[in-house]
Design a protein around this ligand. Sequence first.
Ligand SMILES: Nc1nc2c(ncn2[C@@H]2O[C@H](COP(=O)(O)OP(=O)(O)OP(=O)(O)O)[C@@H](O)[C@H]2O)c(=O)[nH]1
Ligand SMILES: [Mg+2]
Length: 374
Amino acid sequence: MPDEKQNHKKPEWTPPGAGPEYASRVVPGQKPQSVPPKVPTRRQKMNVEDYVQGVLAHDRAVLARAITLIESNALVHFEQAQAVLKALMPHTGGALRVGITGVPGAGKSTLIETLGLMLVKQGYRVAVLAVDPTSTTSRGSILGDKTRMNQLSQHPQAFIRPSPTGGALGGVARKSRETIFLCEAAGFDVILVETVGTGQSEVAVRSMVDFFLLVLIAGAGDELQGIKKGVVELADAVVINKADGDNRVAAGAARAEYDRVLHYLSPATEGWTTHAYTCSGLTGEGVAHIWDVVQQFSHMAHENGAFMARREDQMQAWLQNLIEAQILATFSQDARVQVALEQARHQVREGRLTVPSAAQQLAHWLRIVPPDST
Ligand SMILES: Nc1nc2c(ncn2[C@@H]2O[C@H](COP(=O)(O)OP(=O)(O)OP(=O)(O)O)[C@@H](O)[C@H]2O)c(=O)[nH]1
Ligand SMILES: [Mg+2]
């Protein structure tokens, strides 16, 4: 999309007020811009213009409906959603996008509630999104999030959106990315993306945020926490949470241990050294410092160009992923491919065809005309 490309080719850091397209609304020591008046919520069927105007007017009800539109799998909604996104793209990119991951129960939602309340008090508008590939009605963690972010969810400067239930990770991630854009167009300054660290979702979330925070707790080894070295390497900060009460000492020791480990890992972001910190989402201790770190990071990454370079890379990688997914879907849904694939499998099983030859033969079908999806 030309709009996206243009937007992400913009030069580096620019002071607040210079334009909505920069990720510059979050700057140390600066108060965010004021919030424009709301427009009345429309209950009737909305057209593209209604969505666009409502989102740009910072109407949270319209934003929620726009996200629902984006999340829809119906083809008619897809086209409308893309038209809305296209119109809004020039107004995106202005927020600081922060991914927060960690195993279930690490205290992510509690931390987000505390951090989010701190930020809205400072005048920021905060959107919270959840990416949870395992989320179905059975686990109910999203419902839990809703209740755990009780105060924040009621705050007029906050917006909390759980992830769509079910669906493949790719789909959830794609919609989360588009949801980020919508939230930015709706004037949110900080977007906090919570994901459960089950191994699948971290990489997807890392690919759509500027800063990635890994939330751990003391007393559980890496094995127990299900955190792989690769995930630690994605982090721009590691926080040992629940550093309160009796747990304070153990959290401090874990922090020191992680700092040692991080010293030997390659940094997640060029020019930035990832450190470990302690905090308590429950008492709020250390949370302000975590935010200081995020801001320092943002400042540094704007200065050295890593910020915009990452966003550009993310956009290109997203395009590549969507192309690959589209090709694979077109390929595997074709009836002729299905027959040929079955035959190839059979021949491979009987040793009449090598696997590379089978793959090459099947690739012939990639020249097929995509099936009419209407
Ligand atoms: N002592 C202490 N308990 C905490 C802290 N943060 C969260 N908890 C508790 O830990 C439990 C889980 O907290 P959540 O914030 O829901 O954790 P989560 O990581 O969002 O959990 P999922 O979304 O289910 O993965 C709750 O019972 C919290 O009250 C903390 O800083 N200190
Ligand atoms: Mg949670």
